[in-house]
Design a protein around this ligand. Structure first.
Ligand code: ZN
Ligand code: ZN
Length: 416
């Protein structure tokens, strides 16, 4: 059964130690490729995904931007300028972080960790693409007779969500046209709250944690391309409900300014987000009043970095990623101010993991399947699927985590 053995080798290949020693130079050279690609990829799928894509789609006819009237064509040009700005920023910040972090002393297996986590996006991307192509085909089938303008929406991936949202917005009765500042507050508020609640669910439900979010917390050094905006099925689990809620609201309570201002908001939010997953810029952002203030406003940067802390009691802090000013964490009591020394980041208690993109992406999926097969009791099976992250069934196997180093804190955690 040779093909299976090859497949199994690829599936279990551990990137640890890759790029060390004689080949280091070669790995430094190819390591810049993801940084360059990151800009191109965000230009294609980044700032126009989910809510922003929907809002662009919802911007039908004339839209006012700071007192000037823009038509849809001009709005698109503005949107593409935003994308170009975002893409070049992403490339610049990624390259800077790559060279700083690759040379930082004390790192363990930088190249292995960088590549394993980076390639996880592609594994996830392919999987999500398959799901969305499938969903897109169904949507196209359902809406085939509808001659609305955002038809390309159902075709692919993020367009599927944008297209569905746009149609809901379109189909909603217009209840009340609310004044512009309130509509923006409402859009941002609803987005922030829905994201907060989804993110909280990702960290409390073991199913959501294992399938959709654990991969995002694996890296032990944060770089903009190895912990990117793509998390396993995150798009499906988070962007879809969010987009649908916002689409319904923007349909019920329309305002001509919402779309434009939200586009500007999401572009600036996205720009500040390049400082969120970045171990190279933590100290600089922490010290700079302007950068820290900006990331505080958007709930990104060092504020989000705290959320990646590997201290078990900091699992549930700073879940808000849209703001303003970490408002939902402050309201729900999960706010933690950033510390001067950056926290140690990664999974809780810093376990040793298998550095392999398939296992990072699907290890949780394999674990759930294994547990369902091996634990025969229906009550146990229900807990496997609907239990909290703290639950561990009698028979279980972790495909990603190899073990924990013996430290006093870990010994304590074991006793609890
Ligand atoms: Zn999280
Ligand atoms: Zn994050």
């Amino acid at each position: 059964m040779k093909p299976f053995r090859y497949l199994s080798n690829v599936w279990n290949y551990d990137f640890r130690g890759v790029g060390e020693g004689a080949n280091a130079r070669y790995w430094m050279a190819i390591g810049v490729v993801p940084c360059l690609l990151s800009g191109i990829l965000v230009a294609i799928a980044g700032p126009l995904d989910g809510p922003a894509n929907l809002l662009l789609g919802a911007a039908r006819g004339e839209v006012e931007l700071f007192g000037h009237s823009f038509n849809e064509g001009q709005l698109h040009i503005l949107a593409y300028l935003g994308v170009a700005f975002f893409a070049s920023l992403m490339i610049g910040v990624s390259l800077h972080a790559f060279f700083v972090l690759a040379k930082r002393p004390g790192r363990e297996s930088w190249h292995g960790m960088y590549w394993a986590n980076y390639l996880t996006h592609y594994v996830d991307f392919l999987m999500t693409a398959v799901v969305f192509l499938f969903a897109g085909t169904i949507l196209r089938f359902i809406f085939a007779s509808d001659q609305s303008r955002y038809e390309q929406g159902e075709g692919f991936f993020n367009g599927a969500v944008g297209g569905a949202g746009s149609r809901i917005d379109h189909a909603m009765p217009r209840l009340y046209e609310i004044p512009f500042p309130f509509s923006v507050l409402m859009t941002v508020g609803v987005l922030g709250l829905s994201y907060y609640l989804m993110h909280r669910l990702f960290h409390t439900s073991r199913l959501f944690w294992l399938l959709a979010h654990r991969a995002h917390h694996v890296p032990t050094v944060l770089h903009p391309v190895n912990v990117g905006p793509v998390a396993i099925f995150g798009f499906l689990f988070a962007a879809l409900p969010q987009t649908l809620v916002i689409a319904s609201l923007s349909g019920l309570f329309p305002s001509p300014m919402t779309a434009t201002v939200s586009l500007v908001y999401f572009t600036l939010h996205g720009a500040s987000d390049v400082l969120s997953h970045n171990s190279a810029t933590y100290a600089m952002v922490y010290r700079s009043r302007i950068l820290r203030g900006t990331t505080h406003f958007f709930s990104t940067g060092v504020y989000h970095y705290m959320h990646h802390s590997s201290k078990p009691d900091e699992q549930m802090v700073n879940l808000d990623a849209y703001g303003p000013f970490m408002i939902w964490d402050r309201l729900f009591g999960t706010y933690r101010p950033p510390t001067e020394t950056p926290p140690v980041v990664g999974l809780s208690n810093s376990p040793e993991v298998r550095l392999n993109p398939f296992l990072i992406a699907f290890g949780g999926f394999q674990q759930i399947v294994y547990e369902l097969r091996m634990n025969r009791s229906m009550a146990t099976r229900a807990k496997i699927l609907f239990g909290s992250v703290g639950y561990k069934p009698p028979i279980s196997y972790d495909y990603l985590i190899v073990g924990y180093a013996e430290t006093p804190e870990n010994a304590q955690a074991e006793e609890d």
